[in-house]
Design a binder for this molecule. Sequence first.
Ligand SMILES: [Zn+2]
Length: 108
Amino acid sequence: MDVSKAKQKLIEEFQSLQALRETARASRAPVELDQQSVGRLSRMDALQKQNMELATEHRRQMRVKAIEAAIKRIDNGDFGYCLICDEKIAPQRIEFDPAISCCISCSQ
Ligand SMILES: [Zn+2]
């Protein structure tokens, strides 16, 4: 995969993640407001749902950070090299996930 293709893929994923985060944020607010007016069980449901959403949001946030870092590496010319040992990362690995930041041996 060439670098510009990788960058394009990263930007697309970045944008769809941001859109998902926006949607989740918009749907989160009313749940919080409703909690006082609903019963204990549905309140626990709502809390559980909220915890799950927070975990999802956390994962998305980590992913966004990884993508941002990968785009920065592309701009710096460091893309495709392991952050830990500085060896070249296998092309199949980058093709699978352009945001990957280390080689197979360092990721284990
Ligand atoms: Zn490495």
